[in-house]
Design a protein around this ligand. Structure first.
Ligand SMILES: Cc1ncc(COP(=O)(O)O)c(C=O)c1O
Length: 445
């Protein structure tokens, strides 16, 4: 028992310390993470009974509950349907599946479902080295779990984007069943419109992984995949979309062919890949959807403005930010080459020592096998923006980062400034402070 008690105490201490460290003392710039409002957090805590429930079963063609196998579901069915409808309304689509527990799960169910509906098992993807997520790749979910045959889009490193003309040739030659867009290192909108015609010509389904940019899409910036030609969006709900950790798939299945694909995807969701669907997150997902409906445009515009401001300012201060000729970014992220300052691993660690948290990142021209020595950093601006940072604050933050990168100041010294800066930005903006405030707002609207 002594060992057990010791472990338990350490677990509780580490959990408390973590909350204080990352929430109160660090500036968070990991591009794949989100920042929930107090109202979303409150709703998550409130829905604790749902956390323990099961809702196995089938959904109908609109994404609503059709059949459940257990009793006790009368409110759970409503909760799932309302969360589904809020997401459908926000993203202007006619079908959504919110039973998905993560972005990887969204890709698993979608790639599996589409491969069952498609004429073959070939899938064209962005190369992993150029920003795709591991779940798109043959070394990950797509190849190793689903057994899909991956063919890469041709990628133009200077443009930091898919090469349209050469990818048309690739798609025309391979005649894949699925073509994907979207990624993890994702600076510029992908050319869905430009490649839609050839996808139609070869009969490929088009899937767009919006995990990183879902909040930007909700805010009407970056791109609008479903209007540009994507058949389906797959996504996490906790990156730029500031909801609880979870996933979603959405689409506008307006033809028989797409309706057939929805059926296959739903089959891939249940029974193939879910039992518990982690229902406790759904009320909080609805709160996040409301926040994005009301404040999403303002938030998304400021996120991109902040990322672009940082790109320009870092560049003016001697840091090599990629894609300067293209305005650095149109998303929430920057890609930065820090070879001159000791490489991504060193700089990310030094910044962590200064309580600025971001990740080292292989850049497309790096040796992809040398994962421990990337030349780059990926920096995300969604968290600081939601904390209320405007352009001037971003420049101040960049000054702190540059002083560490250039070893002008010790990380331990900068850390004191970072903690002080974080204290000024305690509140989460562009959202509600509690659920009651959201309810009252909606009543008055
Ligand atoms: C493009 C993309 N897709 C999917 C995922 C996986 O999402 P999740 O962590 O929700 O499984 C990520 C993770 O960062 C991602 O960047």
């Amino acid at each position: 028992m002594e060992d057990f008690a010791d472990l338990f105490t350490k677990l509780i201490d580490a959990s408390r310390n973590h909350e204080n460290y990352r929430d109160s003392e660090c500036i968070n710039m990991i591009a794949s993470e989100g920042l929930k409002s107090p109202a979303v957090r409150e709703m998550q805590a409130f829905a604790s009974d749902l956390e323990g429930r099961y809702a196995e079963g089938e959904n109908d063609p609109e994404g609503h509950v059709k059949k459940r196998y257990y009793q006790g579901q009368k409110y759970m069915m409503l909760i799932e349907d309302y969360a589904t409808d809020l997401m459908k309304s926000l993203f202007k689509c006619t079908w959504a599946d919110v039973r998905i527990v993560s972005g990887t799960h969204a890709n698993l169910a979608t790639f599996k479902g589409l491969s069952l509906a498609a004429k073959n098992r070939k899938m064209v993807v962005t190369p992993l080295s150029c920003g795709a997520h591991i779940s798109h790749d043959y070394t990950g979910l797509s190849g190793n779990v689903l057994g899909l045959e991956n063919i890469n889009h041709v990628y133009n490193i200077d443009e930091f984007n898919i090469d349209v003309d050469r990818s048309i040739d690739v798609i025309r030659a391979a005649k894949p069943g699925i073509v994907t867009f979207g990624g993890s290192l994702f600076l510029f909108p992908h050319p869905i419109k430009e490649l839609k015609e050839v996808c139609d010509e070869v009969g490929a389904y088009v899937a767009y992984d919006a995990s990183h940019v879902l909040g930007l899409i909700a805010g009407g910036v970056f791109q609008d995949p479903l209007r540009e030609g994507a058949d389906f969006i797959t996504s996490s709900t906790h990156k730029t979309f500031p909801g609880p950790q979870g996933g979603v798939i959405m689409g506008n299945p307006s033809t028989q062919r797409l309706a057939k694909a929805v059926k296959k995807i739903q089959f891939a969701v249940f029974p193939l890949s879910t039992s518990s669907t982690h229902l406790g997150r759904l009320p909080a997902l609805g709160v996040a959807a409301l926040e994005m409906k009301l404040f999403g445009t303002e938030l998304a515009r400021q996120i991109v403005k902040n990322a672009q401001t940082a790109g320009q300012y870092l560049c003016e201060n001697g840091v090599k930010v990629l894609c300067s000729a293209k305005g650095f970014t149109r998303s929430h992220q920057l890609a930065v080459d820090v070879c001159n300052f000791g490489g991504g691993k060193k700089v990310a660690q030094d910044l962590e020592d200064a309580n600025i948290i971001l990740n080292k990142n292989l850049l497309p021209y790096d040796n992809q096998d040398d994962r421990d020595n990337p030349s780059g950093l990926r920096i995300g601006f969604q968290d600081v923006t939601r904390r209320g940072f405007k352009e001037g604050d971003i420049k101040h933050l960049c000054d702190l980062m540059v002083s560490v990168m250039k070893a002008k100041r010790k990380p331990s010294e900068v850390k004191e400034d970072v903690i002080a800066l974080k204290k000024e930005f305690k509140q989460v903006k562009y959202g509600f402070q509690n659920v009651e405030e959201a309810v009252e707002y909606v009543k008055k609207a």
